[in-house]
Ligand binder design. Sequence first.
Ligand code: PLP
Length: 352
Amino acid sequence: MQEWKRQIQGRLKSRDDLEERFDLTKDEQDFFSGKNQGLELGITPYYFNLIGDVPDDPVRLQCIPRVQERTILPYEIADPLCEKGYSPVPRLIHRYQDRALLLVTGFCSVYCRHCFRRYFTGNREKPVSIEETQAAAAYLARHVEIKELLLSGGDPLTLDDSPLEKLLQVLREARQDLVFRVATRIPVVLPQRITPELVELLASYKPLWLVTQYNHPVELTEQSLKTLNSLIDAGVPVLNQTVLLKGVNDRVEILEELFHRLVDARVKPYYLFQGDLASGTSHFRVPLKQGIEIIKELRSRMSGLSLPVYAVDLPDGGGKVPLTESYLIREEEGWLIFRSIEGEIYKYPVED
Ligand SMILES: *Cc1c(COP(=O)(O)O)cnc(C)c1O
């Protein structure tokens, strides 16, 4: 059996699996003392082994549930982006004009406790069927305004090579010009999955981009970096989306190191996401105003290449909006008045 399949088979899936390996904290124990009605537990041995010897370890917080997950605030909902309302055919979400998203599978090798799509991943959704794939492909063929297809889930790279190849083949046949964007945490939580065969498969469906989710520098292990290297060398560009998470990465120094190290690995930090209002995730959310302060400080320190766009997905299906400090203050007698990063005032002509 391939190592990545052994990792999936050997996932930690219960309180007992965890307690065989270490002592749970009070918050973790309290989570397990009731019935888990939410997102299931699943952690690859590889990712589990990244957990350090402190209760607030950033990997531990991301994959081991705490009792706070049972608290659901009045404005939190299972499907905070209203994805179900934007689904023209099953599994396909068409929210923005030139791009759509396909929910390839509900399965993940590690269930992130901050997951915003728990309405789907929590439901043990199976891989997309061939009929659903064909219906999605037919929709894409009719809607040529769609230029990019995001393959998401769940984690699409948990599919075995042959169903994945079949999926890409059907979609490619429908639309030769479509840009694929694979959203996956596999390089972070299960780098063993990035076999030479998988790299070759992905590279044969260009243009194809990969979007990962590194949230903390400890996740950039040697093994993980190697997989990034092999993908990029094969012509698969890699972007990263980080989720701003309380206690995990809500400090300027941590994000600065993470983004610098990603750029070193030739990965472009693309988005830094404000936490969505998903049920049971309030313990992970950083106040949005604090997020703006963090990105403002990062802007003053970092290059445009290393700095992602801080964005929030507005509740009720409002869509993504970038969050930035405005440097344009006002307009005055034919001049636009700006505040520079250093806080000084400059002007630029309106010219209209
Ligand atoms: C985030 C998202 C996209 C991609 O948006 P970008 O700003 O291009 O990264 C597409 N579809 C849906 C439904 C999304 O949530």
